[in-house]
Design a protein around this ligand. Structure first.
Ligand code: FCB
Length: 451
């Protein structure tokens, strides 16, 4: 795969994306720990992210989620804000430690009350609620018994999922079991970047397997509840491009794709782990314990798959570099919209896909409030514009893409980077909690008016 150079974009790209089909769903997304705050209120117990934040050296700006965007208190105005964008849908996550503070067992009604207010508040505003059941804030008490390495936790998750669905029911348009199993397993347990911060590949692969199992167990439970909601899962997929045609680079890209993407796609969509990566892990002695029947549980039919796309991997065995002029976001992630259409089309060709949603796409830029009171985030407008176009191209190729959620509604706690990275289309002043629509939010609103 050759790499074309991309000039940094200063100007707003003038030609906007073409019209999307009628019924295509547009939204914005957030997650509980990143926006809620109210860490000690209404019976919430600590999550692994509270512990991680309290651990020296883990969060770049030494912050935590105690207050975040104070969404727990400001939710009404935040829902109004979502409505004002002209989107049809909002994706958010439920904090397990609010709902079942002890991880398993007793339900904390106040926790469910909060999410019920959100769901009803969205519906009252004509917005579709899309719920993620797990966006990384595992109750710390469950980590204390081994976290996702402990197979029992998969069963506790299914119980928790059923508790949530029992209260919120079919008012919720879609339930996703997990957000980004790769991050929950590999990034958090092999690479140590995220809570619980382990550096153990074998443990990470066991975690990944238990997530697949937990997904399937929760799917069975929710299916049994006769909801009209769609049920599925959200994966982060990062297509791998070999830096050259050399056999070594090509092989490395294939394995990178296998470890990052196929290891998570195949158990869910095919009921198996990819053979090539399985053999490599076997040789290394890091294979997870997989019990008979687990993969059948993991691969039961889903109504939708959410895909979070931000960038690609540029893979070489000898550190080849991207060409001069390549554009990067504030995360240091390459801006590569073509990766989104390539990815979607490839999935469409290689798998039998359910409905697909882009459940996250967006970019961090070092936004500042200008003297005129606006935030001129041209880079983000260009980023979104080019990715919307890529999504549209995939539709034309027949990909069953049904909707698109911009990450994120507002600036928030960006995990190990704390508040130092701004992903929102809405600017948050963390001192005053004032929200201001950035230029990208206005651009998005105008774009939606044309749809
Ligand atoms: C994704 C996460 C989301 C946010 C974006 C930037 O991996 O799901 O919470 O942090 O990255």
């Amino acid at each position: 795969m050759t790499v074309k150079s991309l000039a940094p974009s200063q100007e707003v790209i003038s030609n906007s994306p073409p019209r999307f089909p009628k019924g295509f769903i547009w939204g914005t997304a957030t997650s509980s720990f990143q926006i809620e705050g109210a860490a000690h209120e209404d019976g919430r117990s600590p999550s692994i992210w509270d512990t991680f934040c309290a651990t020296e050296g883990k969060i770049l700006d030494r912050t935590n989620g105690d207050i975040a965007c104070d969404h727990y208190h400001l939710w009404e105005q935040d829902l109004d804000l979502i409505k004002s964008l002209g989107v049809q849908a909002y994706r958010f996550s439920i904090a397990w430690p609010r709902v079942i503070p002890t991880g398993k067992g007793a339900v904390n009604s106040k926790g469910l009350d909060f999410y019920e207010r959100i769901v009803d508040g969205l519906i009252a505003r004509g917005l579709e609620p899309h719920v993620t059941l797990y966006h990384w804030d595992l109750p710390q008490c469950l980590q204390d018994i081994g976290g996702w390495e402990n197979r029992d936790v998969a069963y506790y998750f299914a119980d928790y999922a059923a508790v949530v669905a029992d209260r919120l029911g079919s008012r919720v348009k879609s339930y996703a079991t997990f957000n980004e199993p790769w991050c929950v397993s590999i990034l958090s347990n092999e690479l140590g970047h995220h809570a619980p911060g382990k550096f153990d590949r074998k443990a990470a692969l066991q975690v990944a397997h238990h997530l697949h199992l937990a997904h399937g167990l929760a799917m069975s439970r929710l299916r049994g509840m006769n909801l009209t909601s769609d049920l599925g899962i959200v994966l982060n997929l990062t297509p791998a491009y070999a830096a050259s045609d050399s056999e070594a680079d090509q092989h490395e890209a294939t394995m990178n794709d296998g470890r990052t993407n196929r290891w998570f796609l195949d158990p869910i969509l095919r009921g198996e782990y990819p053979q090539d990566v399985w053999e490599a892990y076997e040789e290394e002695g890091v294979l997870p314990t997989v019990l008979p029947g687990d993969l059948a549980v993991a691969s039961q039919p889903i109504d939708f798959m959410g895909i979070n796309y931000y960038t690609r991997s540029f893979v070489s065995v000898d550190d080849k570099k991207l060409p001069e002029g390549t554009e990067f976001t504030d995360m240091g992630w390459e801006v590569f919209p073509q990766g989104l259409s390539d990815l979607l089309i490839r999935l469409h060709n290689e798998y039998k896909l359910p409905d697909i949603y882009i459940t996250e796409n967006g970019a961090a830029y070092p936004d500042q409030m200008a003297e005129d009171g606006h935030v001129h985030d041209t880079g983000r407008i260009n980023y979104l514009n080019s990715h919307f176009k890529a999504a549209h191209a995939s539709l034309e190729a027949g990909v069953p893409l049904k909707g698109y959620f911009v990450w994120s509604l507002m600036d928030n706690f960006e995990w190990a980077f704390g508040y130092s990275k701004r992903f929102g289309v809405v600017y948050v002043d963390y001192e005053t909690q004032k929200r201001t629509l950035k230029d990208s939010a206005l651009w998005y609103r105008d774009f939606l008016k044309e749809q």
